[in-house]
Design a protein around this ligand. Structure first.
Ligand SMILES: Nc1ncnc2c1ncn2[C@@H]1O[C@H](COP(=O)(O)OP(=O)(O)OP(=O)(O)O)[C@@H](O)[C@H]1O
Ligand SMILES: [Mg+2]
Length: 506
């Protein structure tokens, strides 16, 4: 094909070009800048009328064709006057087939019907993934679609924290579903930070003393109950301790009188703590945490992990449903579950053969920096920083990325950005991805449902992609209000509503 334009100016990896063949140029179309033996590929990100019949366009340069291959990035930059042509079909195939050998595509490239967006799944799953987009933009469907592509792999290991009981239906019997509110998560597997989160109110004036005393009690109880490990146990060790030790000791300090009849140093300080402690322990909704029946000895820890991670079931996906978990403990519980996954691989000498993907849905709820509960954020921060070394990767899913701590999102090597209409969210994402992607993000508000912009090192180019629909869908379907209102609904089973209501958190 002959040249269709030429370079007018060059600014870093962005060029301005001019053409007389404007009909070939739209936002998102590809151009090649000829540079001696090689060609540099660019994507058009802006267009404007020139001074005569010509049209000016801005293009972002991404890589080059050289020696029959396409490579990302380029150290050579074009010069003003360099000729521009449209890449041939064969050249486009060269680009889009770069990762074809893995045969793993998330969907079709939006602007090139029939062409799949093949990615490098090793890079995709190992560098943490962010899936962001406004409510209803298609995140949960994208997650289900991606996981459905890998759950048949015999060694796949995925732990998904499902906050709204959406995913059970998406994987059928390919997944192990665990209803956390009905399962047992023994309190003694919590580390100290999680215990504090659960029992200490940061607004309580005595909170600092409570933390000091609590750590002494827990450490002591852990030592007494686990004499063989007495010297190595720390307050964070996942070994059994007696919860009632906390109550007994705190109560004693709260009512302590010294031999001279004076009040003890903590007299009356822990009343508020004890009130909160009692109300949690006696609340049946927390029985899954505080009244273990199955896992109530240190020796039960491995059996607990085996059931929690579905290791016996042979299923590759474990959906941990947090739907009926009281919201007061969600933060501590997310921290606990994520930490167990992480620590499991830290201590697993065969971790290189057992990489685990941890999917965190609705992450803005527990990974923000402003709520009083920060335990989950601290834990996930550690997981995203160190996870790569231990074969633990996170997929962070959020409709409100600006509310997800930057320290976490900035560690993500791959982004699936669905439609985002809020300018604050858009600006936040723009800040997190390399500057050269900036202009490409302009499409984000206009993406369609189920369409995402893929950015990161797993994809050869940042590409608008129509994510393959999941089959089956998660239970997150849009409710068709008007259609539903147009027919007479079946009678409401009020008893069933009330019964479920009572069981879940509110
Ligand atoms: N790839 C897709 N193919 C077909 N339909 C889709 C696709 N993605 C999303 N949809 C449709 O969009 C609806 C909403 O999608 P989804 O539940 O994934 O949104 P979401 O981004 O997770 O929203 P929320 O933030 O509220 O959880 C789905 O009910 C489905 O009908
Ligand atoms: Mg969702």
């Amino acid at each position: 094909m002959g040249s269709t334009g030429k370079v007018v100016s060059v600014h870093g990896s962005t060029i301005t070009g001019e053409t007389l063949a404007a009909e070939h140029f739209t936002i998102g179309s590809y151009i090649s800048v000829i540079l001696g033996e090689s060609k540099i590929l660019g994507v058009v990100t802006g267009l404007e009328l020139g001074s005569g019949d010509n049209v000016l366009f801005i293009a972002q340069l991404f890589g080059k064709f050289t020696g029959g291959r396409f490579v990302r990035g380029t150290e050579e930059l074009p010069y003003p006057g360099a000729l521009i042509e449209l890449p041939t079909e064969a050249e486009l195939d060269l680009i889009f087939n770069t990762h074809r050998r893995f045969d793993f595509a998330l969907g079709e490239i939006s602007l090139l019907r029939g062409k799949k967006n093949y990615i490098d799944p090793d890079k995709f799953f190992s560098r943490h993934i962010a899936v962001v987009g406004a409510t209803g933009s298609g995140k949960s469907c994208a997650v289900a679609s991606i996981l459905q592509k890998i759950h048949r792999l015999p060694g796949a290991r995925i732990i998904l924290l499902d906050l709204h009981d959406e995913y059970g239906e998406a994987f059928g019997d390919m997944a192990e579903r665990i209803n956390i509110g009905e399962f047992e998560i023994p309190y003694w597997t919590m580390n100290f930070d999680e215990l504090v989160e659960t029992f200490v109110d940061p607004d309580d004036p005595a909170s600092r003393s409570e933390m000091v005393v609590l750590s002494e009690i827990v450490l002591n109880s852990k030592r007494v109950k686990n004499l063989p490990y007495k010297d190595t146990i720390t307050v964070d060790s996942p070994v059994y301790f007696d919860l009632s030790d906390i109550r007994v000791k705190m109560q004693a300090l709260d009512t302590e009188r010294l031999p001279n009849g004076r009040e003890g140093p903590f007299y009356g300080s822990f009343t508020r703590f004890l009130f909160k402690f009692d109300s949690k322990i006696n609340d049946r909704r927390f029985d899954f945490l505080f009244k273990p029946k199955r896992f109530k000895t240190t020796d039960a820890f491995s059996e607990f992990l085996e059931s929690l991670f579905g290791l016996k079931s042979g299923k590759s996906i474990v959906v941990l449903n947090l739907n009926i978990v009281p919201h007061e403990v969600i933060n501590a519980l997310v921290s606990l579950l994520a930490r167990l996954v992480f620590d499991f691989n830290v201590w697993n000498p065969y971790r290189a053969n057992l990489p685990i993907l941890l999917v965190l849905e609705e992450a803005h709820n527990y990974l923000n920096t402003f709520s009083t509960s920060q335990t989950a954020r601290r834990t996930i921060e550690r997981v995203v920083k160190e996870g790569r070394k231990y074969g633990v990767s996170c997929m962070i899913v959020s409709q409100r990325p600006i509310d997800v701590a930057e320290s976490i999102l900035s560690q993500c090597g791959n982004f699936i950005t669905m439609r985002l209409s809020n300018p604050d969210d858009q600006a936040y994402i723009a800040k997190l991805v390399p500057e050269s992607m900036g202009d490409l993000l302009d499409v984000i508000p206009s993406l369609r449902q189920g369409e995402g912009l893929l950015l990161g090192d797993a994809t050869i180019l940042p590409l608008r992609t129509r994510i393959d629909p999941p089959d089956p869908f998660p239970r997150s379907k849009d409710v068709e209000f008007y259609t539903k209102w147009s027919i007479l609904p079946p009678a409401v089973d009020l008893e069933a509503v009330v019964e479920r209501w009572r069981r879940i958190n509110y």
